[in-house]
Design a protein around this ligand. Structure first.
Ligand code: ADP
Ligand code: ZN
Ligand code: ZN
Length: 820
């Protein structure tokens, strides 16, 4: 198919010579195709990165995306390089887009293909089919044989449309003919998406006649309802709304008032109809923050530090409004989907259908349609989770990361292990637009960047909203010492103070949240009598409980240095036999509530009860409508629930958070506790928080009780700096896994041996992962810690892999958040 032309040189008017042989690297849409392929560009084809091309690949023609243009010949035998056939669809992606993906691949040490898989919705190109159709009304002049033959073939098709494969079978040497037809505008070529993602059709109802006569009252009510919705609705939704059967609407259709017909649905997530919402007049703090945001036209990283309930969301909304007016777009990232229903509702109420939602819980079809819709360049606000940082919005003018401290912005697996905040920084730079990082409890990384001197980080700003709107007070936090409860013979998981508060809840008709920390498979071990926790002698982290298998004796292990201790049968500090791994899940707490407070209506809100699509929204709506008194849940409760009638927040056992085997445990505990506390008292009634713990003297608990961010951060940063942890030092985590425990351990040890020859970093491990075996694979870890004084150079991953053997998988996580 390719027809290797000699390198040509054309004389240009000025008499200079220019080599016209150019090349393009493309991503090929074909299963089994790995990496980038190089093609030659025909002289008359002007290709831009992001164009969708048609290229020969093996015996077939396939779709491809132009990734990089090359002006110097690639290091390949010229005879081997085939030629791009044509441009199927130009300008599919914004120009800076590929640069962003390239940067992600480079920084996180993965292939571009893997980044593309995260960024693009599945099936965007895959299995797509190239088709050719006649352009109606175009007059053919004199054509060469093959071109005429193609036209004749197309005449046989009722729609004037055939797959390219079919045409090639009918006409030998069809390519040349096609080129000619394309050039003369007689046919067009397009890519048909695969079946799974074809546009979806759905029955709709449309109002066609307005003046209503000779109708029953019920019939005119129905038409009236439709009119109030803008004259259009989906059939099944509308039927539900008016509680009628479809025959009633069919009658109206026969009378000529309505049309019932299939319409293409863009499968983008639509919210429930919400009342329109207008901008509120801002508090003076909000005004000042908004003004400063609006002064930033170019790339600026803004840390918006506002206490819970200070009105950050209102600031986002008012920062976005003028952008949409200008015909540009904004991107808003949120940590988890549990948080989005309320937030998206607020955005929809303000901006209507200019809001679109994008996250990985959407179906393939929905993701595909949302993508196509974004590429139209219509001004819009895209709201999504982590992967939405790759949303292909043209004319992007503002990026917001709400709750920027949240660790779900980081992808642990699979590669690329990217952090959406880091990618957002690059994207904002490439688009030259501001980035707002919003939080009541900023990550130490963002805090340090924002607080550095202007000279060090000239493009960053620190803005703060130190008070709640209308001077509403912050909730009072009462810390209850659970050891004292036990001493005074209260063995319940609810302290006496919390019991009283729960009883009062019903009398006052207010609502409460009960927060339980969800632990992973591993837990720390502590004494219920004195609060003593087993720590690693070398690492300043708590040891975690390891259960290898049922008969084995439980071990305590450090996941940084692999120090091992056996579990003592009694507390080493006070001798109490209440020395166990800690645990009480939501289910157990819900049962206890049922036993002790039978009249309290509770809703469980955790990963078990919110598994189904839409369950978050359904449960939150039920709670918001006061169908329950208490919402009992895990981490999800900390994220953005904004309900004015919530006055009580109970924290069952803060300890689960304090003693994780991680140098970030304190930071996370502080953030989580302050966030969950911040759900109380957001309305007119002041809020109250009861925090139960076995270690009230822990610095984190003390800091939470005072609700002071800065002193806590200052002391935390001193420790980080002393131990060279982020945000000062830099970490890279090597993850090993294999089916055979001995093989993976050996591999990790060999790699560690090689790595130990460098002085560029500190090597920690190898150590087994907290959960050693997952899905039949045994996992080991090596942590590299680079000092702040050096520019980190990562070891060559391929070289390390060659030490491991083919049965061991080795991946790297740059700036890991999850070390276990
Ligand atoms: P944050 O995002 O900082 O936690 P929100 O933006 O959710 O705070 O605001 C907290 C509550 O205060 C919300 O119910 C919001 O509607 C309300 N609110 C925010 N700004 C204003 C304002 N300027 N006037 C009136 N109410 C406001
Ligand atoms: Zn250790
Ligand atoms: Zn003890």
């Amino acid at each position: 198919m390719s027809n290797p032309a000699p390198l040509l040189a054309l004389a240009e008017p000025e008499g200079t010579y220019r080599a016209v042989d150019r090349w393009v690297e493309v991503l090929v849409d074909c299963s089994g195709a790995q990496g980038l392929y190089t093609y030659r560009l025909p002289i008359d084809l002007s290709v831009q990165t992001g164009d969708i091309l048609s290229v020969p690949f093996g015996p077939q023609q396939v779709g491809a995306i132009a990734i990089r243009l090359l002006t110097t010949p690639p290091d390949l035998d010229p005879g081997q390089i085939r030629e791009v056939e044509s441009i199927v669809s130009p300008g599919f992606f914004p120009p800076a887009y590929w640069e962003l993906l390239d940067r992600v691949a480079h920084y996180y040490h993965t292939s571009l293909m893997q980044v593309v898989k995260v960024a693009l919705p599945p099936g965007l190109l895959m299995r797509s089919q190239r088709r050719i159709r006649r352009v109606e009304g175009a007059e053919a002049g004199i054509l060469r044989g093959t071109a005429q033959q193609i036209l004749d073939v197309l005449k046989d098709s009722k729609t004037g449309d055939y797959s390219w494969v079919h045409i090639q079978r009918q006409v030998s040497g069809a390519s040349r003919g096609l080129q000619e037809l394309l050039k003369q505008g007689l046919v067009e070529s397009y890519l048909l998406p695969p079946i799974a993602v074809r546009p979806k059709l759905r029955q709709s109802v449309t109002l066609v006649a307005e003046d209503i006569c000779e109708l029953t009252q019920r019939q005119s009510e129905i038409l009236d309802l439709l009119k109030r919705q803008g004259g259009e609705a989906w059939l099944n939704e509308f039927l539900q709304q008016c509680h009628v059967s479809s025959s009633v609407l069919k009658t109206l259709e026969r009378k000529g008032y309505l049309a019932i017909q299939p319409r293409e649905v863009l499968r983008t997530e639509r919210g429930v109809l919400t009342d329109e919402d207008r901008s509120r007049s801002l508090t003076s703090d909000q005004v000042s923050v908004l003004e400063q945001i609006q002064q930033c036209q170019e790339f600026t990283e803004i840390l918006l530090h506002g206490v819970t309930g200070s009105g950050k969301t209102e600031v986002y909304l008012q920062a976005i409004a003028p952008i949409l007016e200008r015909g540009e777009s904004a991107l808003v990232l949120v940590p988890e989907i549990g948080l989005t229903p309320q937030l998206t509702d607020r955005f929809r109420a303000r901006f209507g259908d200019r809001v679109c939602v994008y996250h990985s819980a959407l179906s393939e079809g929905e993701r595909y349609d949302t993508w196509r819709q974004m590429l139209t360049g219509k001004p819009q606000v895209a709201i999504g989770t982590r992967s939405a940082i790759f949303a292909p919005l043209p004319k992007l003018s503002l990026i917001i990361l709400d709750e920027e401290h949240d660790s779900s912005f980081k992808q642990d697996q699979p590669a690329p292990c990217y952090h959406a905040r880091t990618v957002a920084q690059w994207r904002a730079q490439l688009e030259n637009c501001p980035l707002i990082l919003g939080s009541a409890t900023p990550s130490l990384e963002s805090w340090v960047r924002a607080k550095q001197s202007q000279a060090e980080t000239p493009n960053s700003r620190y803005l703060s909203l130190p008070k709640r709107v209308y001077d509403r007070p912050m909730p009072a936090i009462e810390v209850v010492d659970m050891r004292q409860e036990l001493r005074e013979r209260n063995g319940s998981i609810f302290s006496r103070s919390l019991q009283t508060a729960l009883n009062e809840l019903q009398e006052t008709r207010q609502q409460g949240l009960l927060f339980i920390h969800r632990r992973g498979h591993s837990t720390f071990v502590s004494c219920r009598s004195c609060g003593y926790v087993m720590d690693c002698p070398n690492c300043d982290v708590s040891l975690s409980y390891h259960h290898v298998h049922a008969e084995a004796r439980p071990l305590l292990r450090c996941h940084y240095c692999n120090h091992v201790a056996s579990q003592p049968s009694a507390c080493p500090s006070c001798g109490s036999s209440y020395f166990k791994n800690f645990g009480s899940g939501t289910q157990k707490v819900a049962q206890e509530l049922g036993r002790q407070f039978p009249a309290l209506r509770t809703i469980r809100f955790d990963s078990d009860t919110t598994r189904n699509k839409g369950a978050h929204r359904a449960l939150l709506t039920k709670f918001a409508q006061r169908e329950a008194d208490l919402l009992v849940g895990t981490q999800m409760l900390t994220k953005g629930i904004d309900l004015p009638q919530v006055t009580l927040v109970g924290i069952i056992a803060a300890d689960g958070l304090l003693n994780l085997q991680d140098f970030r445990a304190s930071e996370r505990a502080f953030q989580t506790l302050l966030q969950v506390a911040g759900r109380a008292g957001r309305g007119d009634e002041p809020g109250r928080v009861i925090l139960q713990t076995y270690s009230p003297e822990h610095p984190v608990i003390e800091a939470v009780q005072r609700q002071e961010y800065e002193p806590f951060v200052t002391s935390e940063l001193q420790q980080r700096s002393a131990l060279n942890y982020p945000p000062y030092g830099k970490l890279a985590l090597l993850r090993f896994s294999a089916m055979n425990p001995a093989v993976v351990q050996k591999a990790a040890e060999r790699v560690a041996q090689t790595l130990s020859q460098s002085d560029d970093y500190e090597l920690l491990g190898p150590a087994p992962a907290t959960v050693l075996r997952v899905a039949g694979r045994y996992r080991w870890r090596i942590l590299l810690k680079f000092p702040q004084s050096v520019v980190p150079v990562m070891p060559d991953l391929e070289e390390l892999r060659s030490l491991c053997g083919s049965n061991v998988s080795l991946t790297i996580d740059i700036d890991p958040l999850n070390l276990i």
